[in-house]
Design a protein around this ligand. Structure first.
Ligand SMILES: CC(C)(COP(=O)(O)OP(=O)(O)OC[C@H]1O[C@@H](n2cnc3c(N)ncnc32)[C@H](O)[C@@H]1OP(=O)(O)O)[C@@H](O)C(=O)NCCC(=O)NCCS
Length: 422
């Protein structure tokens, strides 16, 4: 297959042809040339892969060089993206060749872990990816967002040296430095979050006409006290009135980040009570969003949960040693990996009390737990429980008690969340 459609990185001159594959494959309705320039800002040519039929690019994939929060630390992660095959070339194994080549490239060095967002969940399991984070979509209707703000909130803030939260409307893009100050503190608090450099901030806060889809311009509020920003919400509104003349605008939260419960409550309380808004929607929210527990009636959030980040372990020893664990662990894991044979076999994972300073080495000792590499990827960020996977037949306990111990050690609080699709 690789011979039929040779694979190699693209040059800058070839970028239009590379981007055209995604444009076709994703049925894009946006202006191609403008989107291409937008994508180019974060594109890494040396990490791109294109499959060629003669001079025509028929398949695409790329990787971004990210730092991601993983349990207890930050780690380099390859962010896989721009995966597509021209509609007229589908089901000839081109995606398979691209994924095999990318995994082989990644295994030669660099990141121990790869991650991606899947357009459809059926695609990546066969390549060893497992669902490692989930996210929620909320839609709260006018009058249904009453919040039970605990009286203890303000007292707790004062004890922590925080002043009362004030909200200030700003233009998002000129306020990037303030937003970044909040975001940078939020990253290490939760697995799955990606460090953003200037290019990614430019990407996240871009507000081109073609992206608005009927919404008004992007807006932003910052939650702060005299010590500086403690949270922010980036949002847009599609104003509307229904046939009876009642206001029925939709407010869409693009990103809401809060460093403490007071900032979170203040931001949500403001957005959920906006005038002329019939519904507030927020996608890509963490499944344990404090909003659910602040609402007087959490069912009114109409939460819908979906798969978020898919994780692929590229180098088991490095991946398992670099993250921290929720408790001490001492277990032998037998891993199957049909695509990266260096991962296959038995691994002795050890971490002492406190769960930091882990080691993971090859061993010939008998295995305690057996699982496919995709299950390890799923459990890697601490949100998907190995116990849950075992009950679905996706991990097996070979010595009593060891699976529960490993499951607890790999779990993490808070659950993972990645607020940015890449
Ligand atoms: C998804 C896509 C990249 C697959 O490319 P492809 O070259 O047709 O894939 P392959 O021929 O290598 O197929 C490999 C296997 O994956 C399966 N597969 C492909 N697309 C699938 C999908 N959307 N859902 C479930 N399974 C899928 C194939 O049936 C095949 O299974 P098999 O080996 O059991 O026969 C292509 O259809 C596409 O570009 N889709 C639209 C864009 C998109 O969704 N990209 C992914 C972004 S995350």
């Amino acid at each position: 297959m690789t011979d039929a459609y040779p694979i190699r990185p693209v040059t800058e001159a070839e970028f239009p042809g590379f981007h055209a594959v995604d444009f076709e494959a994703f049925n894009s309705r946006w202006p191609e040339d403008q989107v291409r320039e937008f994508e180019k800002v974060t594109f890494e040519f040396d990490r791109s892969l294109a499959a060629f039929d003669g001079s025509l690019i028929v398949g695409s994939a790329c990787a971004y060089t990210f730092q991601m929060s993983v349990p207890g630390t930050l780690a380099p992660v390859a962010g896989v993206s721009a995966v597509g095959v021209l509609p007229s070339y589908r089901r000839r194994g081109i995606l398979t060749s691209l994924m095999h080549r990318q995994l082989a490239d990644l295994s030669e060095g660099g990141e121990a872990v790869a991650a991606l967002f899947a357009s459809e969940p059926g695609i990546y399991g066969r390549f060893g990816y497992g669902v490692s984070s989930m996210h929620s979509r909320f839609s709260v209707r006018r009058g249904e967002g009453r919040m039970m703000i605990p009286a203890a909130l303000e007292a707790a803030a004062e004890q922590g040296g925080l002043g009362p939260v004030r909200l200030r409307s700003v233009a998002a893009e000129p306020a990037t430095a303030e937003l970044a100050k909040v975001y940078e503190q939020a990253v290490p608090q939760r697995p799955g979050m990606l460090v953003r450099d200037d290019r990614w901030w430019q990407n996240v806060l871009a507000d081109p006409d073609w992206y608005r889809g009927g919404n008004g311009p992007q807006r932003c509020i910052v939650a702060e006290d005299s010590g500086g920003p403690r949270g922010y919400a980036v949002y847009c509104v599609s104003p509307d009135w229904d046939t009876e003349g009642l206001p029925s605008g939709t407010l869409t939260v693009r990103e809401l980040m809060a460093l403490d419960p007071q900032a979170s409550a203040a931001l949500w309380a403001d957005l959920l009570t906006r005038d002329l808004v019939g519904e507030v929607t927020a996608r890509l929210r963490p499944v344990d969003d404090p909003l659910l527990y602040l609402l007087a009636d959490m069912r009114r959030a109409r939460a819908r949960v979906s798969d978020g980040l898919w994780v692929r372990i590229i180098d088991i020893a490095a991946a398992l040693a670099q993250r921290h664990y929720a408790r001490e662990v001492d277990v032998v894991i037998e891993v199957t990996d049909g695509l990266l044979p260096a991962n296959a076999g038995r691994w002795h994972l050890q971490a002492g009390a406190g769960g930091a300073g882990a080691s993971c080495e090859r061993t010939s000792a008998p295995a305690d737990v057996a699982l496919p590499v995709a299950s390890l990827g799923a459990a890697y960020l601490g949100g998907t429980r190995l116990g849950t996977l075992a009950r679905a037949g996706l991990a097996a306990e070979l010595r009593p008690g060891t699976l529960a111990a490993l499951s607890t050690a790999m779990s993490w609080d808070p659950v993972p969340w990645s607020p940015m699709i890449f």
